[in-house]
Write a protein that binds this ligand. Structure first.
Ligand code: NAD
Length: 313
């Protein structure tokens, strides 16, 4: 490892603080409404990563006093089957929030996710993906903003990393991370550039950032040459590495992470190469960085949706 280590941003601790902030609101809602806030999670098929995400969401929600209703559909379900479940949750009194876990089976077709987002009642859309909520986000009046980028803002705020007047570069332009991340940073008065797979001179653009957000989906893609010394680097990527040579190139030949790999046959890595710790001013680890924040923001959004549905917005 080269140079001195940047500060590691503890997503677990910040997520715990957010959950602690949500608890009294959940208790107040529950006593006022005579029922807990309700979150419907729909899981289609048996993607192993999705199973883990959903299990964590169910556990975290339940521990916070939210009623989590997991609805499972087989991998063979049709898009119409799925939309029928969503419509049922839309009209249910007990479900305040609805989340359909991505990815959907490929057999559902290329536009399946968009059809789901279009169908979810915007008032129950705790992921913030319905076009009405996307529009509100762009206009700076979001009620339910996407969980992962909102979690990043909370992390920056609670780590005393200033946003206003600073230059932020986001690598990745997806609807669920990159684009909403850009909107939220813009609202906080950052100057924002969105980069993507066709961006020219990507390392050069990235290396001007005070705040660099990587949401690409490629293990270790962001190397030292992408990073300005002292920058805050937020690693959204969650990538399963199952090739040993790649694991060695990321973690070195004698790290605990490589030992993990040798025990389990795979390891989770972010989009940011571990060597960046030697140049960044602050860096989120993977795992334990942005991931836990996403779940904490889901609970926050569920409470917000529940309160708004009772007229307490
Ligand atoms: P996506 O595949 O929808 O988007 C990836 C983006 O990266 C695209 O916009 C693309 O233009 C860009 N990209 C791809 N290759 C590139 C290249 N060579 N150079 C520059 N840009 C390139 O992915 P996503 O849904 O936005 O997710 C990104 C990553 O974040 C994934 O690893 C995903 O698992 C992870 N993720 C984590 C959380 C969390 O809770 N921490 C939540 C959502 C997604």
């Amino acid at each position: 490892m080269m140079g001195s280590m940047g500060r590691l941003l503890d997503g677990q601790a910040v997520a715990a603080a957010i959950r602690a902030d949500v608890l009294p609101g959940v208790a107040e809602f529950t006593s006022g409404a005579g029922r807990p806030p309700g979150l419907g999670i729909v899981l289609v098929g048996d993607n192993p990563a999705s199973e883990i995400y959903v299990r964590n969401k169910v556990r975290s929600g339940t521990e916070s006093g939210v009623w989590v209703d997991l609805q499972r559909l087989p991998a063979t379900a049709s898009i119409d089957d799925l939309l029928a479940v969503v419509n049922r949750l839309n009209i249910s009194e007990r479900h305040d929030g609805i989340l359909v876990q991505a990815p959907l089976p490929e057999a559902m077709g290329r536009h399946a996710a968009q059809r789901v987002f279009d169908t979810i009642d915007p008032d129950k859309d705790v992921d913030g993906f319905h076009p009405a909520n996307v529009g509100r986000l762009v206009q700076g009046r979001a009620h339910l903003a996407p969980c992962t980028p909102s979690g990043v803002i909370e992390l920056l705020d609670r780590s005393d990393i200033p946003i206003a007047r600073r230059y932020a570069v986001i690598i990745g332009r997806s609807d669920i991370v990159g684009k909403p991340m850009a909107m939220l940073l813009l609202q906080r008065d950052a100057t924002v550039t969105i980069c993507h797979s066709r961006t020219a001179d990507l390392p050069e653009v990235a290396s001007r950032a005070d705040i660099l957000v990587a949401a690409i989906g490629r293990a270790g893609f962001v190397t030292r040459d992408f990073v300005k010394p002292g920058a805050a680097v937020i690693d959204v990527g969650i990538n399963r590495v199952s090739d040993r040579a790649t694991a060695v190139s990321l973690f070195g030949p004698s790290s605990p992470r490589l030992a993990d790999f040798d025990r389990r046959g795979s390891v989770v890595a972010g989009d940011v190469h571990p060597e960046v710790a030697g140049i960044a001013g602050a860096l989120t680890p993977v795992p334990g960085g942005v991931g836990p924040l996403t779940i904490a923001m889901l609970l926050k959004n569920t409470l917000a949706a529940a309160s708004a549905r009772r007229g307490g917005r």
